[in-house]
Design a protein. Sequence first.
Lengths: 253, 301
Amino acid sequence: MIDGLDISILGPAFFAGLLVLASHVPLGQEVLKRGIIFIDLAIAQIAGFGVILATRLGFESHGWEVQLIAISSALLGAFGLSLLDKYKPQIQEALIGVSFILAATGSILLLANNPHGGEQLKELMVGQILWVTWAELIPLTAITGFILLMWFVFKLNQRMGFYLLFALAVTSSVQLIGVYLVFASLIIPALGSRNYVVKKSLVIAYIIGALGYGLGLLASSILDLPSGALIVWMITCIALLSGFFSTKEQHTT
Amino acid sequence: MLNKYFKRSIVLFLSLLFLSNPLYAGLKVFACEPEWASLANELGGEHLDIYTATTNQQDPHHIQARPSLVAKARQADLLVCTGAELEVGWLPLLLRKSGNPNIQAGQVGYFIATDHVSLLDQPVALDRSLGDVHAAGNPHVHLDPVRLQKIANKLSHTLTKLDPANSSDYEKKLELFTQNWQSMILQWTELTQPLKGKPIVVHHKNWIYLQQWLGLNQVAVLEPKPGIPPTSSHLSSLILGLEKSPAQVIVYANYQNNKAASWLSKKTGIPTLELAFSPAKDETLTHWFDQLLNQLLTLQE
């Protein structure tokens, strides 16, 4: 028997992956359409920057306060990015990149005298999917439900709505599964499914993501390798395969 | 008929296989760092089944989550870790995720080495501006052989508590270890006399126990705040200070990047020395520490 191939170890991680995919796949397709790939890095970094700034200003923050500060800063950042979208659409992607490095280096400057915040920043940015417990999935389920409701039922996918929902989604997911997996969940399924018609592409993207998480977790148990990194590679392999098949389909249909 | 015997023998074989596991597996030990795996091995030997979470090439502050890590923590009867916030980034999460009641804080199976010795570098007032300081004190106690002996005594005691059936054997093993370790301490003390008072530069403040034990004189720290790049004023004062009173060597741990150390070495002409911060896999504590001291001694020539 292989150590770690255990549903109670892999179960919460897989379920967390499915929840993240549920909200990130449609958002990712939008991100791809708008051509603003690095927005997730920027938002996550701005959330971290907000937390550090709050600590610097003297808030001894723990638990839900940190979350509140992180989400508020992410929403504020998202609001700013949506303004860029409105007034500087030609250079928006470049400005998103700039806001990412400004938030990242701003954190370093703020931390120069307070390296303890560095641990907080790290916690915010590098969640590890394997540490996820069932209890942590409750708030994530609520947030995911809210985002899906707003997105698909209330069609809140116009400019401002998109940015705010995006900020909410990324801030909650990055802490659980880390920046790499969030980036992968957003972009890769959307890439792998972009050649399909709209309705079908969403289903295909979900399948790519779910297979990637499932196989990635299994492989990480069997090979005893870090789970997050292996899932990223699995999602990519499966997206490549699906892209391979999709070109065929396009020719036949 | 033959078939029946065949089936029976298979059932017997399988049941033996399952039975044999709990009978011969012994105590399952989860060691956070290789030095504790090594120590547990000397004190428990064949009675223990030891898993090490990190290698000596890794910074024990940060490790990546692998499924096997949770599985091993779940099966463990005994957890042996450094503590003093060294593993604070991952051990609490791992313990929670493991759901193993034997190794939770407060249980006999939760052995934290730094709980059993006095710690250096305890901040008088917890000043956040001092860098990534550990509130509990400096955790790297395994670099002091005297403290290590104290930890060995306690760990052996814990083994006896968890597995009283083999207590006399644990006692014997501790005695053997103590004899050997004490005679090595005498040897090392004599051997390292010339190192006393020698000025050194360290990359991080993680050698403090070794410095104190050997009487080395730490004249500068390259990166006083781990994780935060040194400021230019710190570096220039460092170089200025080293010009006035030069050090013999710049010491850094094998899991650390040597960039900063090499930079300073080029600027000042002081040689760098990479030391193994922990024993390698299957290396004994004696062998590791002996090598480390010999590396330091070669600088004399």
